[in-house]
Write a protein that binds this ligand. Sequence first.
Ligand SMILES: [Zn+2]
Length: 190
Amino acid sequence: MEIATTRHGDTKDIIIHVPAADQPTVLVGEKLVLHIDWPRRYKLMRMHTACHLLSVVCQYPITGAAVGEDESRVDFDMSETIDKDAVTATMMALVEGNHPVYLQWITDVELAANPDIVKSKNVRPPMGLGRVSLVCIGENASVDSQPCGGTHVSETQEVGAIHIAKIEKKGKENRRFRIRFATPETASAL
Ligand SMILES: [Zn+2]
């Protein structure tokens, strides 16, 4: 049976898998085995890691983000005009640098004592369970570290060829960056 989407239950540690339309029904208590749609998941892992790299290149507070299979967007609280090809080049240098990406766990107390490591302005880190995963990029987190509960690749090279397709002006102090995977066509234009 195909799962269309997942939602949180009453608390965030309850995950509800919602079947797609016209899927067979299951009985209460029936045991099921869940399989990940690996090609889709891997694209999301690459894209999500690319969003981290963008936040390293553009050091502005993040006001919103959405990760997609083909395109992701990150909104920054910034008023400057920035060259998208220069951003692409710096991101690709981080990809090609093949930095390790790994998790480190810190306690809620440690995070509360170091509020500066949170880059997102309006997305709260996944606190409340006693510990928070810190996503580190580079040896000893030399490239970046920030709290995140998402899925990531294990080294930046896996992100592959990506580029900033567009930077949109969304209000006076908001810029929306759109990240896309490079197709052979767009890659040759870079
Ligand atoms: Zn993340």
